[in-house]
Design a protein around this ligand. Structure first.
Ligand code: TXA
Ligand code: MG
Length: 311
């Protein structure tokens, strides 16, 4: 994608004025604001209708900027060097003299940090004197946006500017890992955990569907919801249902929505939110989903669908 310098300048101007903007990342679009500003970060919660006790992820350009705000450790450097920038978020200890707004962490001592790889996001971060707090740019509990138009769908004119960055390549949120005390996965996401396990020579798992004892509200039930009922592991569909599939069926049906034409799980994860949004826009009142294999990116898809299916 061609870099539009004047758009980036506009984004910087709005952010410097304590406004929230839509920002592209490789995972999903974020609703970004100056992470050091109480005024700016307060707006994020208001726009999203997000509970104040749900902390935000802060986006940094590089490790040098991050070191001003967080305590780091050997394991973090190892993972940073091999996986960043990319779709992974680390929960680190906040430094006592960090400038991060108390709104971001809800006065807690930890901070979720991430280094997005999206080219435009990186140019934007490099142009600023502060990191960006950015949750997914959707109304709380809804589906994350993967294009500029999706962000507009969510907020309309309520936000002043959305930076164009094309369609998000990964299409699901970052994988979140905690480096506190014990290494733990708090949210499955855009970084395949089999890669993480290989790097670390570990066998980390998330107990899918289990309620995490760790306080990461992204793991709450009811989340990522299109606002209509979802039926999982469906074999046959009912007439009024939209059917989400990954395995090609012989027959054609206008209610069929394929996540992938070749049964590819990574492609399916990328298309998940786009497809849910499309089905909703078409006016369907119910969704049925074919069984998705519980491996690699299938784990992420099942995690999101399970929570989207909760009433
Ligand atoms: O890919 C992503 O991570 C996207 C893009 C925009 O970067 N952001 C994103 O943010 O998904 P959000 O706010 O929609 O989800 C962040 C999740 C929330 O569930 C929050 O509870 C959890 O991260 N989180 C943030 N800070 C945390 C902390 N200090 N400890 C535990 N969980 C935390
Ligand atoms: Mg979100």
């Amino acid at each position: 994608m061609k870099i539009n310098v004047s758009n980036i300048k506009k984004a910087v101007k709005y952010l410097n004025n304590n406004e929230c903007i839509g920002m592209p990342t490789e995972t999903v679009y974020g609703l970004a604001a100056n992470a050091y500003s109480n005024k700016a970060t307060k707006k994020i919660f208001k726009l999203k209708g997000r509970p104040a006790d749900n902390p935000l992820i802060v986006h940094y350009y590089n490790i040098k900027d991050l070191e001003k705000d967080c305590e780091t450790n050997k394991l973090f450097y190892k993972l940073y060097n091999s996986l960043c920038p990319g779709p992974i978020t680390f929960i680190l200890k906040l430094k006592n003299d960090s400038k991060i707004s108390k709104n971001v962490t809800n006065n807690k001592k930890t901070l979720g940090v991430r280094f997005p790889s999206h080219r435009i996001a990186r140019i934007l971060l490099k142009s600023l004197k502060y990191p960006l707090a950015a949750p997914s740019a959707n109304i709380s509990e809804g589906i994350s946006p993967v294009t500029k138009d999706d962000v507009y769908d969510e907020f309309g004119e309520k936000i002043k500017f959305i930076l164009e960055g094309g369609r998000s390549k990964v299409g699901v949120e970052s994988t979140i890992i905690s480096l506190q005390k014990k290494l733990q996965i708090l949210r499955l996401g855009g970084l395949d955990i089999t890669i993480l396990n290989k790097k670390l020579k570990t066998n980390l798992k998330t107990t899918m569907y289990a309620r995490s004892k760790i306080n990461s509200p992204g793991r709450r039930s009811i989340h990522y919801s299109p606002g209509i009922p979802i039926r999982l592991n469906a074999v046959k569909i009912k007439k009024d249902e939209a059917f989400i599939l990954i395995k090609k069926k012989k027959e054609y049906n206008k209610n069929y929505f394929y996540l992938s034409k070749t049964n590819n799980l990574m492609e399916s994860a990328k298309n998940l939110y786009k497809t849910l949004r499309k089905i909703k826009k078409l006016g369907y009142k119910k969704i049925a989903v074919q069984k998705i294999p519980n491996k690699n990116f299938g784990l992420v898809i099942n995690d999101r669908l399970f929570r989207a299916s909760k009433k």
